[in-house]
Design a protein around this ligand. Structure first.
Ligand code: ADP
Ligand code: MG
Length: 467
């Protein structure tokens, strides 16, 4: 009976909705005209009631006649547990953790729609806004050696979402190299080619907020079901999930569901999977299932074409030597490359005069300085003192107290490691010592790093702050 119902339902709704909402249902028993089905959760039952009750009625009435009855049995959920209701097999016996709930299906419906199930509203289209930015597309994502692999993998995925081995597609690379742009471009292209597919772009940060909210409001299952309805899920900056085990867990289940159902997942990250920290192993291994494609620093040619393209689109003319100057000096961040040219355009139109090389130099200097915030010895002393909760004067003082000496030695060690300053210059800046003292400090730190676990932790923590 249930199989016949399913066949009928399948013909009347979208395959994805069928998979999500009907495949997990287990028929339990049939007595006379009452069919008992087990559903994974209360939320699931509510969703069925809200969206598919008419369809169920029609299907059941066809099979069991006018007196058909439907009994839902809800599998008790463990809301905070780490089991996904969907990936688990529901036990076919209803012993133990089941909570039967009886529902009458009224038979004599006055609803004329029932005569023609093909026009039942509200079932076919579940609309989800894709959150895509159409300004980030493939047309204005210029190709270069630095992005060729990632760009063409993105194209391949856009042509056949879920149908390539690039699933998930993980795009990684440094700040401002085009991860977000490329991720949108793929989504925009898919929407263009397959308007009926549900595409969703979301930052990992927002995803996390939604998840936390759902736990608070006790709608964790809602959250999961929502994401399981999506055909193409794009999550930006997944490194944000590091250390957030609850969100990782829920994402793991959503990922598995989507992947198993041939849905496409696209992720971006500022690091390669091997370098991601505090991400669960099982997630990392999923990330590696598909393709990881890197966005590298753009070469000079690409930087020039990005700048020319930008100027062309804005309808602005700029002397060639200025463009070259900017491209030559801003190398590692396309956002800054664009920022510099926008700033030059603004200044030239504001002053109503041609951009001079001098002005270009000033602007570029600002941009380069901002990014390379070269670690100075002052900065190192400040960070190390903060870390050990002392002030810089204490760190520099003559005292021989052990923890202060150690802090001072660490400051010297990091000054040697992260600045180009000579030993003598480091010594003179950190409390007027000579170069031999600095050398000794560096050796001591190296030794302690090998023998002292606590000390190694200091070095690790501090290193993160400087790199
Ligand atoms: P990320 O997400 O990696 O930090 P974004 O995607 O935000 O970087 O890109 C930064 C800026 O650089 C955006 O304005 C984007 O349009 C531009 N950009 C990046 N790559 C390209 C490219 N290949 N062609 C044109 N513009 C690009
Ligand atoms: Mg980004």
């Amino acid at each position: 009976v249930w199989n016949n119902c399913l066949a009928f339902i399948q013909d009347n709704i979208q395959p994805q909705a069928f998979k999500t909402w009907f495949e997990p249902i287990q028929p339990i028993k049939l007595s006379e005209n009452a069919l008992s089905i087990q559903v994974p959760s209360k939320f699931f039952y509510e969703w069925l009631e809200e969206h598919y009750v008419k369809l169920l009625k029609v299907a059941l009435t066809k099979e069991l006649g006018e007196n058909a009855k439907l009994v839902y049995i809800i599998k008790m959920e463990n809301t905070y547990g780490n089991r996904a209701p969907f990936t688990e097999r529901i036990p076919s016996s209803n012993r133990g953790n089941v909570m039967p709930q009886e529902m009458d299906v009224p038979i004599k419906s006055k609803n004329p729609e029932l005569k023609n199930p093909f026009v039942i509203p509200g079932i076919r289209n579940i609309k989800i806004e894709s959150q895509l930015n159409p300004n980030y597309n493939f047309d204005n994502f210029l190709e270069g050696d630095s992005n060729r692999l990632a760009r063409s993998a993105g194209m391949a995925v856009a042509n056949k979402p879920g149908g390539t081995s690039f699933n998930p597609l993980l795009i990684f690379g440094g700040v401002g190299l085009g991860k977000t742009h490329l991720a949108h471009a793929i989504g925009v292209e898919i929407k263009d080619k397959y308007p009926e597919r549900t595409v969703l772009y979301i930052s990992a940060e927002k995803f996390t907020q939604q998840y936390i909210e759902s736990v608070k409001k006790n709608t964790r299952n809602d959250f999961i079901h929502f994401y399981q309805l999506i055909d193409v899920l794009i999550i930006d900056d997944v490194q944000f999930l590091s250390g957030k085990s609850g969100t990782q867990d829920v994402f793991f289940h959503i990922f598995n569901h989507l992947h198993q159902n041939g849905k496409q997942v696209i992720l971006t990250s500022d690091k390669a999977p091997v370098d991601m920290q505090d991400i669960e192993q099982r997630l990392l291994s999923r990330f590696k299932w598909g393709l990881s494609a890197e966005l590298q620093n753009p070469d000079y040619e690409t930087r020039i074409s990005i700048l020319r393209n930008k100027l062309y689109r804005d309808g602005v003319e700029m002397p060639e030597d200025i463009v070259e100057y900017v491209a030559k000096h801003i190398k590692t961040n396309i956002r800054e490359l664009e920022g510099a040219i926008i700033s030059l355009i603004a200044q030239s139109s504001f002053n109503k005069k041609e951009v001079t090389l001098e002005l270009a130099q000033q602007v570029v200097e600002k941009f380069v300085k901002n990014t390379k915030r070269e670690v100075s010895i002052d900065y190192i002393q400040k960070v190390v003192s903060d870390y050990f909760e002392m002030d810089v004067a204490t760190l520099q003082s003559k005292t021989r107290k052990r923890h202060i000496v150690q802090a001072r030695q660490l400051a010297m060690f990091f000054a040697k490691k992260f600045t180009k300053a000579s030993l003598a210059s480091i010594g003179s800046q950190i409390g007027k010592r000579d170069h031999a003292t600095v050398l000794h400090a560096c050796k001591t730190v190296d030794n302690l790093a090998e023998t002292d676990k606590q000390f190694r932790k200091y070095i690790e923590d501090l290193t993160k702050k400087f790199s």
